[in-house]
Design a protein around this ligand. Sequence first.
Ligand code: ADP
Length: 251
Amino acid sequence: MVVSDVAPGRLYLARTPVDGLARAHGGKDEFLAAVCHELRCPLAAIQNASRLLSSDVEPAARLKAQVLMERQIRRMTQLLGDLQDLSRISHGGLPLRRERLDLRSAVGNAIETLDSDIKARDHQLTAVLPDAPLWVYADPLRLEQVFVNLLSNASKYTDAGGELTVRAHRQDDLAVVRIRDSGIGIAPEALPFIFDLFRQADAGNPRSRSGLGIGLALVRDIVSLHGGRVTAASEGIGRGSEFAVQLPGEY
Ligand code: ADP
């Protein structure tokens, strides 16, 4: 098994957020084109669904259109939020509101947030959480964001009917969450760079998915701001992936 181990964060230095993000992406034009593409896709889906809603359709089709609109609006909101967070991090300022927190609740909330996506893709989700609280000193919303990003990737890069597993446990004085999927996997040569900003491992993979390549960079930065680390492992293309988040425990 190949593991990519990411040292706690070197954050992005930039003159302005857009300049820095654009440079990391290989040019302002490419960056703007990718952002436009990522916003245009959900917008088109919302437009279609809203046309359908204003016509005379069956209640079942209406409900389906509403669920689709909500999912696509969430996708756009998440993308804009991710971009804003990255620009904040590049200015050294992502404030954390830390508190003593049971990690099981952050994991549970993330699962709840993605429930409709997981059901829509017909994934089997298994959550194995301990009976006792897993205490950490962390920002609840930021940790939820980490698990939402990892779990939504697990779902996005796994074909319909695949399996997703979330395990949380204590390991010595660490609290650990593992998110595993039975999806497309990651090539060994891509693993060392998987957390880099704008890095997408799909280049040679015929089952590539869309995206901007910022989710994992944010995950790494947020985890490292909490004094933790995140690792990625995969047996290779077609053999699933596992992401593990380790945080200092509060015992
Ligand atoms: P995005 O998903 O928007 O491309 P991310 O930063 O979240 O951006 O992920 C970067 C890349 O890592 C993805 O493009 C994909 O190639 C790869 N990746 C992330 N999670 C998984 C996963 N669970 N299985 C396979 N590949 C993944």
